[in-house]
Design a protein around this ligand. Sequence first.
Ligand SMILES: *[C@@H]1O[C@H](CO)[C@@H](O)[C@H](O)[C@H]1NC(C)=O
Length: 351
Amino acid sequence: MNVKHRKSLQTVCCAVVFAYFMLLVYQTFGGVRLGVVVNEEVRSDKFHYRERSLTEDRSQTEMEVPLELTSEFATATATVKPPTTTLDDIFISVKTTKNYHRKRLPIILKTWFQLARKQTWFFTDTDDAEFQLKTNGHMINTNCSSSHSRKALCCKMSVEFDSFLNTDKRWFCHFDDDNYVNVPRLVRFLGDYNPKDEWYLGKPSIQAPLEIVKKEKKTVKKIKFWFATGGAGFCLSRALAVKMMPFASNSRFISTGERIRLPDDVTMGYIIEHLLKQPLTVVDQFHSHLEPMKFIRKDTIEDQLSFSYAKAKEEWNVVKIDGFSETEDQYRFLSLHCFLFPYFSFCPRRR
Ligand SMILES: *[C@@H]1O[C@H](CO)[C@@H](O)[C@H](O)[C@H]1NC(C)=O
């Protein structure tokens, strides 16, 4: 090969490499959040997952790969987007107790449960034939005590956690029986995260991390950690749940809770933040009854993941939304549901 040929070959090579690079840059920064991309580059394990998920769900992938490009290129672009998340990837658990079945479950069954009937399970402390029928067999008697004690709460969380591990779902999302869950929003939200990475997604209800004193042999140690309030709902990725197994699976969640003498959601934070050193990712769109519901603006309702209600002294802490009258809809969940999903048959027909 003479010098002239080699030069032109080099030029062509450079041009090809440059074009490939520009395409990558375009695919990377065109429409995908920067944070996610940076993560991708740092964590090579994600890269492999993404590669696999592309071959698995090639038919479902939303990416448009130009026809003339090779599969090599398709693999490169596949690192950009988390795997497609569907409702079936999520295990939704709702903690309840026998005295609340009649009071709190009917409105859930009438509204958001209808959007996730196969994915939602109720964890309670008794057998209830009526609600077993109404939920299509989705009531689970944990055999835990029906008291509101720390041990009873940790006992239920332990059964919820083990039940999730027994499925092949990618996400575990826990809620309480006074939560309204915005199901399609939850699916879209989790789509931004990769379940093969360790994710603890939720919202604290205190302004600073919790500080507890831990006695180890003869030394006393202060430890600090954040926890997601159970009453607002939180989600764990499967990868995180698997890492938690030594401290949480097969009823070990109860003994861990007993050791630190704190409620279920605090125990969750202790295991994840303190023992596993995985930080809580704060998600403002989860809402517990500990915060005033009336401050959720109407134009942001569709973005929220969960809502709640409570009676605080004489006043009801409920979402401020028009719709049904207060006597028909004390908790405002019917009005909320019709605002989000007006096609439901019980919603007023729009003119
Ligand atoms: C609760 O007890 C019943 C009867 O012993 C048993 O069949 C069931 O599996 C138990 N439930 C759980 C969640 O362990």
